[in-house]
Design a protein around this ligand. Structure first.
Ligand code: C2O
Ligand code: CU
Length: 490
């Protein structure tokens, strides 16, 4: 718990935040949107890096304590990387060797996981790679996957929800210099803008509040874009590419524009879609990303909105955020817009996946997968290097889950036997699981065998993950066996 809701409020502060906390009841979700969107959207700075003689590009990230003013006059204690909240954008190219010096100046152990990255398990930053207070951890790996919008966040055992909620998260963008130019806006912070959307709740003292969540965890009434409530982005070009990340712990968004204009979704979690998908809604559950290209007219203002998400056959939808509509970000187009190139009709070719040779079933229920909670000392799946596997994943509950697999980008083969919608047909590492449906996912474990170190797969509703809805997979050489190093309980 960050701060107990029972703590006595300070009168003045309580008045200021009353509007936000009054609706912080146990299960009915509501979002408070400011009257005006007049705070400039902060664009996370690109993280500096150094390239040493052997070509390794090294970044550094320091997890630290700070304060953030989500609400005027209220300083809320938060955590960030190299700052008070969130973190800089790491950016690297396919083929590069990268390293990150991760320093922890927090009062407790954390970790940094590279969500969506294909890399050795020992570099993955999951619960087996804690960074103790005062310590530095330096993972290094070669970037070997298509251009994509990835992200990083802590993954400490049982504490992920709180660490992300406090503010630890950032983008990790991958470029592919060999990829064809398909006309996507690409000037960082100008017409190519990362936007992480998160919801939080403050208590009467203005502290972050994780208490009183329902089945999904906390659905906050305070929604931010890049950490700011009521933000606007000035558009200076005809087309703007938004790299949307759902960095929330529990809430699912269905993004669209207030006038229902069509946008082009050009990428999903793991990179470009085969062709742009014209759409008015882009639904993202926690951890998912989408890149969209939106066209604006000179001088106009239009808001990015979250509409009621289609969560499937859930019970008590009102308590799952399924009735919520709220604005997230305003686009303000300049009178003179610089021309943007047209987006190509074909963006990439997805590699055909070989026929799967192994099939596994994962039933999600409550906080368990196949009847078991996460155990740091149990290997749930031993995968042979080079194998293509078919994972049948089912949500047996009548409330939302989603499913994230480390190390790989998978493809959704079908949902209850039907081909996935175009937005889900590309490279994915996280997928929403509607209640009572079966998602067949195909994935290939190309390399990085390490019998001693597990990767995680789990629900990315972080309360569920922390409470046990997670399992471990180990990649071994063909014929090998998993022999995880005994993990030290502390
Ligand atoms: Cu984004 Cu295992 O997490
Ligand atoms: Cu879940």
């Amino acid at each position: 718990m960050i701060r107990s809701r029972a703590a006595a409020g300070v009168a003045v502060v309580a008045l200021v935040v009353a509007g936000l906390s009054a609706c912080g009841g146990v299960s009915v979700s509501r979002v408070d949107v400011p009257e005006t969107f007049d705070a400039p959207l902060p664009v996370p700075p690109l993280a500096p890096s150094t390239v040493d003689a052997d070509g390794t590009r090294t970044f550094s990230l320091t997890a630290q304590e700070g304060t953030t003013r989500f609400v005027p006059g209220v300083d809320t204690p938060t955590w960030g990387f190299d700052g008070d909240l969130l973190g800089p954008t790491l950016r690297a190219s396919r083929g590069e060797q990268v390293a990150v010096e991760v320093r922890n100046t927090l009062p407790e152990a954390t970790s940094v996981h590279w969500h969506g990255m294909h890399l050795p398990a020992a570099m993955d930053g999951g619960p087996h790679q804690p960074v103790e207070p005062g310590a530095t951890w330096r993972p290094t790996w070669r970037v070997d996957q298509p251009a994509a919008t990835l992200w990083y966040h802590p993954h400490p055992h049982g504490r992920t929800e709180e660490h992300v909620y406090r503010g630890l998260a950032g983008f990790f963008l991958l470029d592919d210099p060999a990829a064809a130019d398909v006309g996507l806006p690409d000037e960082y912070g100008v017409d190519d803008v990362p936007v992480v959307v998160q919801d939080r709740k403050l208590d009467a003292d203005g502290d972050l509040d994780l208490s009183g969540g329902g089945e999904l965890g906390v659905l906050g009434s305070l929604v931010t874009a890049n950490g700011v409530r009521g933000a606007y982005l000035e558009a200076t070009t005809q087309r703007v590419r938004l790299r949307l990340l759902n960095g929330s712990t529990a809430r699912t968004y269905a993004f669209g524009f207030a006038d229902d204009r069509e946008v082009l979704q050009v990428a999903s979690d793991g990179g470009l879609l085969p062709a742009p998908v014209p759409t008015t809604r882009v639904q993202l559950s926690p951890g998912e990303r989408a890149e969209v290209v939106v066209t604006v007219s000179p001088g106009e203002r239009v808001r990015l909105r979250s509409y009621p998400p289609d969560l499937g056959r859930v019970v008590a939808a009102f308590a799952m955020g399924a009735n919520d509509t709220f604005d997230v970000l305003e686009l303000r187009a300049a009178q003179d817009l610089a021309p943007s190139p047209p987006v190509a009709g074909a963006l990439t070719t997805l590699e055909p996946l070989p026929e799967a040779t192994v099939t596994r079933t994962f039933d999600l229920q409550g906080r368990q997968i196949n009847g078991r909670r996460m155990d740091m000392d149990r290997v749930d799946a031993t995968v042979e290097k080079g194998a293509t596997e078919l994972w049948e994943v089912r949500n047996l509950d009548l409330f939302p889950h989603n499913f994230h697999v480390h190390d790989v980008q998978f493809r959704v083969l079908d949902i209850d036997g039907e081909a996935p919608p175009p937005a889900l047909a590309g490279a994915k590492d996280t997928v929403y699981l509607e209640p009572r449906r079966t998602y067949r996912l195909v994935m290939r474990f190309e390399d990085h065998a390490d019998p001693t170190t597990p990767y995680m797969f789990h629900c990315h509703l972080l309360l569920h993950e922390d409470e046990g809805l997670m399992g471990q997979l180990v990649v071994v050489e063909p014929g090998g066996t998993a022999a995880p190093a005994p993990h030290d309980h502390h």
